[in-house]
Design a binder for this molecule. Structure first.
Ligand code: SF4
Ligand code: SF4
Length: 390
């Protein structure tokens, strides 16, 4: 197992992090015995970063039980998250945090995050509710060691959030098709320039870079002289960037755990050859052929006086075209709500003058709206939110 150092605290974290969102199941329940074996295998092979969240059903409790009963707690770092969307008071923060310590059977959390910041406003709201005092108190008590956030918004909102606090770490979505999506490479490097440790999630884009690989893309991988699976190439692309400290994988299959551990034993930063990078660039092109708007997510067009979140509108629209399925649609309605959706555009034209890509933003937003602003998707988005944050 290879390790990378978080500059701010000197922690040496395994480059493979264990995402605890999808444990194996036996019927509808978590398969405890199998999960325990998988987690112990990972620890014994050097994985020392375990990522869970208050909102992942049964995850914190299961992880806590496994680490406690096997005496592994001190060998690993636990990362967990406070759900930003359900916290409206300091009292609620305290209640949730106590519950997390109890579930995880521990006195402290090594890496504590605000879960799923989409807009800078999410962080601003938490400050109004007392998050800064909460963090200061719990750091003094030694119950929170490092503080960070996980992020799913656009680059503009990411940079504002990064600049507003002395974060120890953050977690972003990052993979070879998402170089210019959400925080993207620019956000990653921006955070790293401030010595903020970056954890990468979604290296396989929720499995899509394996399951939804276009036929031509798979052929490029199969024909390449070095034989590796699509998944391994995707991991290696993320590890190649020295600014990434840990790549999370939501593991629940013995074979994948073994493969990931093997790949993590020699994935040095800057180790992909030019030829390998070019091969992955060609694979990426197969996805990019389906792109609708050549938006680079730079956010120079922002802010829009009407509040339209232009980069998010385009990235969700592109996502829908590249990968299909409901996920991009739900991400769109939940990220834009009724405030920053494409249909809010009044065609003033201010943004178009600022776009370096010369995108016909007004016309493209009309297309986004036609495809994504449907009342039934909004209803579905609200139901998903209710289930997640109830
Ligand atoms: S044209 Fe539309 S999206 Fe652009 S700034 Fe005006 S209202 Fe906002
Ligand atoms: S629309 Fe243009 S300015 Fe706005 S984020 Fe996309 S590329 Fe950048």
């Amino acid at each position: 197992m290879m390790y990378r150092e978080i500059e701010k605290n000197g922690d040496k974290l395994s480059i493979l992090g264990y995402g605890c969102m999808r444990y194996p199941r036996k019927n509808v329940s978590i398969d405890y015995e199998r999960t325990e074996k998988q987690i112990i295998t990972a620890i014994e092979n050097g994985v020392n970063y375990f990522d869970t969240a208050y909102l992942y059903p049964g995850s914190e409790k299961t992880l806590g039980k496994i680490l406690k009963s096997n005496g592994y707690r001190e060998k690993v770092k636990i990362a967990t998250k406070m759900p930003a969307q359900v916290v409206k008071t300091r009292q609620k923060m305290d209640e949730i945090f106590e519950k997390q310590l109890e579930r995880l059977k521990t006195d402290y959390i090594d890496y504590y995050m605000i879960h799923n910041i989409i807009k800078f406003e999410d962080w601003e709201n938490l400050k109004k509710f007392g998050i800064l005092d909460f963090i200061e108190d719990e750091k003094k008590n030694g119950r929170i060691i490092n503080f960070g956030f996980s992020f799913h918004g656009n680059l503009h909102e990411f940079k504002k959030t990064i600049d507003d606090y002395d974060w120890e770490f953050c977690m972003i979505q990052y993979n070879y098709v998402d170089e210019n999506y959400q925080a993207g490479t620019e956000g990653l490097e921006y955070a790293a320039s401030k010595n903020i440790g970056v954890i990468a999630m979604e290296p396989l884009r929720g499995g899509m870079l394996v399951d939804k690989l276009p036929k031509n893309a798979q052929k490029i991988i199969d024909d390449f002289k070095i034989k590796r699976s699509a998944g391994e190439w995707a991991f290696r692309w993320v590890w190649d960037n020295p600014a990434v400290k840990v790549v999370l994988s939501g593991m629940n299959d013995e074979k994948h755990i073994e493969e990931n551990i093997k790949a993590a034993s020699d994935a040095l930063p800057n180790s992909l050859s030019l030829e390998e990078k070019e091969m992955l660039e060609k694979v990426k092109e197969e996805f990019k052929n389906k792109i609708k708007v050549e938006c680079t997510n730079c956010a120079y067009c922002m802010p829009c006086p009407k509040g339209v979140d232009i980069p998010t509108c385009f990235s969700s629209y592109n996502d829908k075209s590249m990968f299909g399925g409901f996920k991009p649609q739900i991400m769109y309605v939940n990220a834009t709500e009724d405030k920053s959706a494409a249909y809010k555009c009044t065609q003033c034209g201010i943004c178009e003058k600022k776009c370096p890509q010369e995108i016909a933003i007004i016309e493209e937003l009309k297309n986004v709206s036609k495809s994504m602003d449907k009342w039934y998707y909004r209803l579905l988005g609200k139901i998903v939110k209710l289930i997640l944050y109830r």
